[in-house]
Design a protein around this ligand. Structure first.
Ligand code: ATP
Ligand code: MG
Length: 564
């Protein structure tokens, strides 16, 4: 693996303040040790990027450590493909776990031994109620639960039954191991929660070695304890689980990490539930987990988002104790800001319209000097061929221009970027009356884009020399959902009903300047006036494919709206 990216910046927050306090009071012997604990049941998404930036970022800031730990206690939904994708994505984001890559499943023997310890202490019992009966007897927020009739089994009987569970003597769901806490607790999580369940399933790492699996609450804190985590940072929905987290650790008398909760990231026009993302993939609403419309790290990478942009976004959103929703535009702003600094400028025409410059010598080719990146003089310049036949954008011509339309129209003069001033003298149309070719003249005195007589043109448009152009397919994206909050459903509505039918537009036959002929997948460019584009892995020799990462926010777009 190549070396990870630069440090993940940590947003300022109460999490940092807690760590500073704990370091001051020497609570953990001056250590900061966090972990990022994904469940390998899907690909990572932008919400995970927030958690990664917090866990790895804070550890780095305090000279501490952050582990990557797979929370693989649920064999029925987990797969090796997910493990591999997660490793790739955390690494790409700059998270560095050094040699500390762990799996909860590696600790199954220890967690099992701790379950036995709790049985022996009279703190856990085997319960024969079905999952449904456990639910029914749990009570409600206002009503205490009912004690299980199996609650007062002897330690010997419990040990014996738990051992039979482990040996596979009972079918799935026949029995559970439950903690003996308090069926009247105001916190439902404390009402004799299930610790172990029977599941005859093949695990991606332990195979058929186990047919009982610990529940999240009886695994997570135990793993944290084994790894000597100091701050176990998780999202707010686990706040009500913290008393249980603490109870298990106190009953076992083992090293005690501190669970701290922060707000989950939500983004407008986006779903971030893995279950929903899985539906989009399985039911083929998108082309895969790495479809550039997906809020997954792999989708964003394919679309052309950079790790720097995602880290800067995570630094901007802040961390709080209440859940909210972040504007998608803030994410796009971070992406633009980063790409503006680094992406080379090029010219490409998405929907070509032929231009013939009648007074330009046939067969002549000039190399025009174009700036590679105005934000970075060290990026230098390149030569762009200019000739008699060019392509311009269909949108940059109107036969009957509305008011304030300053681009090309009959009798009007515009500047070709890095080229010449040209004036439209005629329009060739097809049988339907659509322009298929423009006849123009150029002013040889305006080479490079300025008139010696000082006359001005109001518009500069991009172009590509027809004979030199390389062809490409462009994939243009809109939001995946039409509704700002696609989690807010009306009765009878499914979240997939809110999918945007125009989220992907494939434009074939684009014409790009020849410097793009060998564009490599993953490299970003700014197509002048059109946005940032990134070559897609579908690119093959002779068939370029570009994803539009994000459009430019520029005056052109505004004029277009006014005149549309
Ligand atoms: P889901 O509920 O969609 O299945 P999850 O929280 O169960 O997501 P995990 O793989 O368990 O997904 O998450 C790993 C870590 O990432 C956890 O610590 C979790 O709190 C954090 N995380 C997941 N989603 C978000 C989010 N939207 N914002 C911030 N952190 C998140
Ligand atoms: Mg989870």
């Amino acid at each position: 693996m190549e070396t990870p990216n630069e440090a993940v910046p940590a947003p300022s927050s109460f999490l940092r303040d807690t760590m500073i306090e704990d370091l001051k009071s020497n609570k953990y012997g001056g250590r900061v040790h966090t972990r990022f604990p994904p469940e390998p049941n899907g690909y990572l998404h932008i919400g995970h990027a927030k958690s990664i930036s917090i866990n790895f970022g804070l550890a780095k800031e305090f000279g501490g450590k952050c582990n990557l730990r797979f929370d693989d206690t649920n064999p029925s939904r987990e797969e090796t493909e997910y493990v591999e994708s997660i490793i790739r994505d955390v690494h790409w984001l700059g998270g560095d776990w050094e040699e500390r890559l762990f799996y909860a499943s590696d600790y199954f023997p220890q967690i099992h031994a701790w379950a036995v310890q709790l049985i022996k202490a009279g703190k856990a019992y085997v319960c024969d109620l079905s999952a449904e009966e456990v639910r029914q007897t749990r009570g409600t927020l206002t009503e205490a639960g009912r004690e299980s009739p199996y609650r007062n089994r002897s330690v010997e009987e419990n040990l014996d039954l738990f051992e039979s569970m482990r040996k596979g003597e009972f079918p799935d769901g026949a029995r559970t191991l439950r903690a003996k806490i308090d069926m009247a607790s105001p916190n439902l999580n404390m009402r004799d929660p299930v610790m172990y369940r029977i599941l005859h399933a093949e695990h991606h790492r332990t195979g058929k070695q186990w047919c009982i699996y610990p529940m999240y609450d009886f695994a997570h804190g135990q793993c944290d304890s084994i790894e000597h985590i100091t701050h176990s940072i998780c999202t707010l929905e686990f706040e009500d689980h913290r008393p249980l987290y603490d109870w298990y650790i106190e009953q076992l008398g083992i090293y005690h990490p501190q669970q701290i909760e922060f707000d989950r990231l939500n983004i407008t026009y986006t779903v971030l539930s893995k279950r929903k993302l899985l539906t989009l993939v399985k039911d083929k609403f998108v082309r895969g987990w790495d479809d550039p419309r997906m809020p997954t790290i792999s989708g964003m990478r394919r679309r052309g988002y950079t790790p720097e942009a995602l880290r800067s976004f995570c630094g901007r959103i802040g961390i709080s104790k209440t859940n909210g929703t972040t504007e998608l535009s803030l994410l796009e702003h971070s992406v633009r800001e980063d790409l503006n600094r680094r992406a080379l400028r090029v010219m490409g025409v998405l929907r070509p319209l032929k231009v013939v410059i009648e007074n330009y010598p046939e067969g002549q080719v000039e190399q025009m000097e174009a700036v590679n990146n105005p934000e970075d003089p060290s990026a230098g310049t390149r030569a762009v061929p200019f000739s008699r036949e060019l392509y311009i954008e269909q949108e940059d011509f109107r036969e009957n221009p509305p008011r304030q339309y300053y681009r090309l129209s009959p009798g009007h003069e515009v500047r070709l970027r890095y080229g010449y001033f040209i004036t439209c003298t005629g329009v060739v149309k097809d049988a339907q009356g659509q322009p298929i070719e423009l006849r123009c003249t150029y002013d040889p005195a305006t080479r490079g884009g300025n008139a010696p007589d000082g006359r001005k043109v109001k518009s500069t448009i991009h172009w590509v020399s027809a004979a030199h152009a390389v062809e490409a397919e462009a994939r243009l994206y809109e939001t995946l959902f039409t509704k700002e909050n696609p989690n807010d459903l009306e009765e009878g509505q499914q979240f997939t009903d809110l999918l945007n039918p125009n989220s992907l537009e494939v434009v074939e036959g684009c014409k790009l300047e020849p410097s793009l002929a060998n564009a490599l997948p993953g490299v970003s460019y700014q197509f002048e006036r059109l946005g940032y584009f990134c070559a897609d892995p579908d690119t093959k020799p002779g068939h370029l494919v570009f994803n539009r990462t994000v459009a430019l926010r520029d005056t052109w777009a505004k004029i277009e709206k006014k005149t549309a």
